[in-house]
Design a protein around this ligand. Structure first.
Ligand code: ADP
Ligand code: MG
Length: 570
């Protein structure tokens, strides 16, 4: 096969343009992205070689190498990891085929050139490999997949197209060569052919990478015959210099790890651009030893509420990467949690199926869930602003746990917030209970599409009149959990739109009884007239200004739920 020129997908082109020309203020991060990819490739190779003894890959000295060349103004990042086939290069490098691309572009359009919101959006999405074009006007990638002998060469200027062709004689793994922009040559801080710049950048962004990141030594200068420096001995060939400490962050004492280091590690594993909202560490020693380092992100990924949203926790066994997206470690409703669990006593070739049944893994999972929930609780008590950010981004996902995680239901309720008639801000249930009026025996709520829709509903009048607080539940998931969750902390939850709600004093009750006899005939007549549409007509005490209201039975579907089912075609 000869050289092919392939156009970038329109979407990829658009993203590239945005990225190269405005989005990122910090160019250094391209190196983190490329090193991160190499590190992933080495993880994958180690695992593949472990699982397939016949792979025929060399895993004796897995590492990442940086070759700066200040004369040619290039920087090459090479790894001897898993490599890619031609098809993989086209699929992975030639497109930005991640889930959510279309949505990202739609939102970018909305952002309409506001560069800080654009930066935020792209940050959530992560652009990885393409960040190379921030510093290079031409990028070459050569790669050979482990176990295969067909190499591939890819090249692009990041404008409209790329070329791809077979390449012979490549070492296993991937090399990315950046032809650095001339405009950065004068910039001492951002001259990426400069060894000191590379040392600093790796130390800052990639120190924890568990593979050695080496800088290839400078070619020995042509020897000058005239020197008087020890002419007898030929100097030993200079050793490559390892730039990172390679220490797994989760294995280091918490006090020895800085916030910045956590943040960089978070970016490495999450592919997020921002800092984590909160870092959570836990560890156990003894018969079943493990360490976990978890993060709550600041912003929900675009696919959080899509069908196949992945879970963000990786499994390691004694510092060896085993798998991404480890569903045995986190329940679905905590899919936004990112991080690493390193378990000491698992076999390196555990499968997902085995993990699902492993008692030790379930024990870690239980503890991890409790720890995440208690962290959210602490945020709420001690850092209300962070909590508010968290809740706005992930509250909807967390509330799914009210249905799926009966064991932690009360805790989840306890760290949840809901809109209410009390004020503009969401409130917790404990706070609601403190405000309950004397004699109030239930937490009142109403579900609906929006705050305004609920607040203008006649159901709410009497409650407002009498000063009872009502929770306004507006998420679709609220419709579902309210049917399962009976109450909170001993107080039942009660819908004000269903069944009989008793707001009356004894005196009022007597009066109502009187009215019932008085209007009995009228109600009977009305029920007859409306027989096809309603089950019953009765006098209500809940209205103050509206003349009539339609109510559902205790076990009826609410209008929103009805709508939901109808939308689902049921
Ligand atoms: P991400 O790392 O978030 O998946 P990138 O744009 O950084 O996105 O990389 C896209 C994909 O290209 C990676 O997921 C990986 O499959 C492949 N890839 C990139 N760099 C390498 C590499 N050095 N070795 C092997 N595969 C790579
Ligand atoms: Mg990447």
């Amino acid at each position: 096969m000869s050289t092919e020129t392939i156009e970038f997908q329109a979407e990829a082109r658009q993203l590239l343009r945005l990225m190269i020309h405005s989005i990122y203020s910090n160019k250094d991060v391209f190196l983190r992205e490329l090193i991160s990819n190499s590190s992933d490739a080495l993880d994958k190779l180690r695992l593949a070689a472990y699982q397939d003894k016949d792979l025929g890959a060399d895993t004796s000295d897995l590492h990442i190498e940086l070759h700066p060349d200040s004369e040619a103004r290039t920087l090459t990042i090479r790894d001897n990891g898993i490599g890619m086939t031609r098809d993989e290069v086209v699929e992975l490098i030639g497109t930005i085929a991640k889930s959510g691309t279309a949505e990202l572009l739609a939102r970018l359009k909305e952002a309409d050139g506001d560069s800080s919101s654009e930066r935020n959006l792209i940050g959530q999405f992560g652009v990885g490999f393409y960040s190379a074009f921030m510093v290079a006007d031409r990028v070459e990638l050569t790669t050979r997949k482990a176990g295969s002998d067909e190499g591939v060469r890819w090249e692009s200027d990041g404008e409209g197209s790329y070329t791809i062709e077979p390449a012979a004689g490549l070492p296993q793994g991937t090399a990315v060569t950046l032809h650095l922009k001339a405009s950065d040559a004068e910039d001492q801080l951002h001259d990426y052919a400069d060894r000191n710049v590379l040392r600093r950048t790796v130390k800052t962004y990639s120190d924890f990478i568990t593979w050695p990141v080496r800088m290839v030594p400078e070619p020995a200068p042509a020897t000058d015959e005239g020197t008087d420096e020890e002419p007898e001995t030929t100097p030993a060939a200079p050793e490559p210099e390892t730039l990172n400490s390679m220490k797994a962050l989760w294995a280091r004492a918490q006090k020895d790890v800085s916030e910045e280091e956590y943040a960089e590690f978070y970016r490495h594993i999450s592919h997020d651009w921002q800092e984590p909202l909160e870092t959570v560490r836990l560890a156990a020693e003894g018969t079943f030893e493990y360490q976990a380092l978890l993060f709550l992100p600041q912003v929900a990924p675009m696919d959080l509420h899509m069908r196949d949203a992945r879970r963000g926790v990786q499994l390691y066994v004694r510092r060896v990467f085993i798998m991404d997206d480890c569903e045995a470690l986190v329940p679905e409703y905590l899919r936004f949690v990112k991080g690493v669990v390193d378990a000491a006593d698992l076999s390196l070739n555990v499968s997902r199926e085995i993990l699902q049944q492993d008692r030790q893994i379930s024990a870690i999972r239980r503890r991890l869930v409790r720890k995440v929930l208690s962290t959210i609780g602490t945020l709420r008590d001690e850092q209300p602003e962070k909590y508010a950010t968290f809740w706005a981004q992930f509250g909807r996902a967390l509330k799914e746990g009210l249905l799926s995680d009966a064991d932690n239901r009360e805790t989840i309720l306890g760290v949840s917030s809901f809109l209410s008639t009390h004020g503009e801000e969401p409130t917790g249930l404990a706070a609601y209970k403190e405000r309950m009026r004397e004699g109030q025996d239930a937490i009142y709520y109403m579900t609906g599409d929006s705050r305004t829709a609920i607040e203008s509903s006649p159901h709410i009048e009497a409650f407002r009149e009498k000063g009872f607080e009502v929770l306004l539940l507006t998420d679709p998931v609220d419709e579902v959990w309210v049917d399962t969750v009976e109450g909170f902390d001993g107080t039942p939850l009660r819908s004000i739109a269903k069944g009989q709600v008793d707001l009356q004093t004894d005196e009022e009750k007597e009066q109502a009884e009187q009215q019932r006899t008085e209007f009995g005939g009228f109600c009977e007549w009305m029920a007859g007239v409306l027989a096809d549409d309603v089950k019953e007509v009765r006098l209500s005490s809940r209205l103050t200004t509206s003349p009539a209201v339609l109510v559902g039975d205790e076990f009826d579907m609410t209008p929103t739920l009805e709508k939901m089912y109808r939308a689902m075609g049921q």
